[in-house]
Design a protein around this ligand. Structure first.
Ligand SMILES: *Cc1c(COP(=O)(O)O)cnc(C)c1O
Length: 390
């Protein structure tokens, strides 16, 4: 491989004059917090409109977005929240921080998203929320989850940290009608380094969230009368100015990924031993946060070595999360009364994906078509020599 030219993969994050001008605009407003400026409120309106939703609240980050959304839905001590066993730890930590128990539930082996049958089986009289995660931009079976949610009267809260611009059966987040939380951390599909946002289906939830994200203080208060308990999760004006620019460039980036991802996926599928994340056609707009694939049967150790080899070959490759119950942090507070082995036994798919999944950063999917072919060839070379040397 050493005789090959280096791969040309775009950098992340991307920015230009729009972001630059946004930062200067926020600076020169002379008011750098949302109560004085207009960037945060304008970004909320623009982001909501893009998703066909009405009520958006920008916050400090995606973890806080989940925490706030769960709090508004009544999550606290004595309650349980169902989360996928395979996700980023924030999904469970948000519930645990509120004093609730996070119950890990298995995922689908092909889409890596919450499995509806396992979800229904995990419901108890204490379950107060079900948190599907749009893993790598893919949706879980929202039809099935909505049925379960309605039948049991338990709200869905979508962890859409990977899901900007996603649509299920041509329904955007506004039409899906449940609370959805987003992240704008540095690696996410639109970013200001840090940031988050919650979309609410109705005004009441939004208004309560607004109070609680601002120390329980109404926007117009000048008397320091704090109506509810809360915290400070307010987004600042600079972040919103950058995010407004990021949102403008988003449709074009999404269109590029929607073109490149199926191509890369079909090329990866031809590599012996490699199985890309499946695309359910009911996901009618797929944001493609990362290109994920499995090398089924690989041990965790060999998968980690393979990731190192892919990185050495010039690819932005990563291990694709760890099953949440496999981190010590999961067990500190709000864990179910089960052992690691018991959870692993009832979450066989998460357990397998924990060991054998890999992802390529989504900037890969902004590369040229010719580069996509070269990326797939590189993966093929690395995987075949890695599997041969085993
Ligand atoms: C990134 C991420 C979050 C948390 O977002 P932050 O902005 O980093 O706090 C939550 N859930 C998932 C699935 C994520 O990938």
């Amino acid at each position: 491989m050493s005789d090959r030219k280096p791969l040309e993969i775009p950098v992340w994050p991307q920015y230009g004059d729009e972001e630059r001008q946004g930062l200067i605009r926020a600076l020169e407003q002379g008011q750098w917090w949302r109560m004085g400026g207009s960037e945060v409120a304008t970004f909320e309106r623009e982001f909501a409109e893009f998703h066909g939703a009405e009520y958006a609240l920008a916050v400090t980050n995606g973890t806080h977005a989940l925490e706030l959304a769960l709090q508004i839905l009544g999550i606290g001590p004595g309650t349980e929240v169902i989360v996928p066993a395979f996700t980023f730890i924030s999904s469970s930590q948000a519930a645990q921080r509120l004093g609730a128990v996070a119950v890990p539930v298995d995922v689908d082996p092909e889409t890596y998203c919450l499995d509806p049958a396992a979800t229904e089986a995990a419901i108890t009289e204490r379950t107060r929320a079900i948190m599907p995660v749009h893993m790598a931009g893919h949706f879980p079976d929202m039809d099935a989850l909505e049925k379960i949610s309605t039948a049991h009267g338990i709200p869905l809260i979508q962890d859409a940290a990977h899901g900007q611009g996603g649509r299920w059966q041509d329904r955007g987040y506004g039409d899906l009608g449940s609370v959805a939380a987003f992240s704008f951390q540095n690696g996410k599909l639109m970013t200001a380094g840090e940031g988050g946002l919650v979309l609410f289906p109705d005004r009441e939830l939004y208004e309560e969230a607004f109070l609680r994200h601002s120390c329980g203080r109404p926007a117009t208060d000048r008397q320091y009368l704090h109506r509810t308990s809360g915290s400070n999760f307010r987004m600042n004006e600079f972040s919103a100015a950058v995010l407004r620019a990021q949102l403008k460039r988003y449709p074009e980036q999404l269109a590029t990924r929607e073109e490149r991802a199926p191509l890369l996926s079909s090329l990866l599928a031809e590599i012996p031993g490699v199985v890309p994340q499946k695309h359910d056609p009911r996901v009618t707009s797929h944001p493609h946060y990362m290109a994920m694939f499995r090398v089924p049967g690989l041990s965790e150790e060999r998968r980690n070595a393979l990731v190192d080899e892919l990185v050495a070959a010039g690819l932005p490759a990563f291990i694709a999360f760890r099953a949440i119950y496999r981190s010590d942090g999961f067990w500190e507070t709000g864990a179910p009364e089960e052992t690691v082995e018991q959870i692993a036994a009832r979450c066989p798919n998460s357990e397998a994906i924990n060991n054998d999944a890999i992802w390529l950063h989504h900037r890969t999917l902004l590369a040229s078509e010719e580069q996509i072919h070269r990326i797939a060839e590189t993966v093929a070379d690395v995987v075949s020599s890695s599997l041969a040397s085993a």
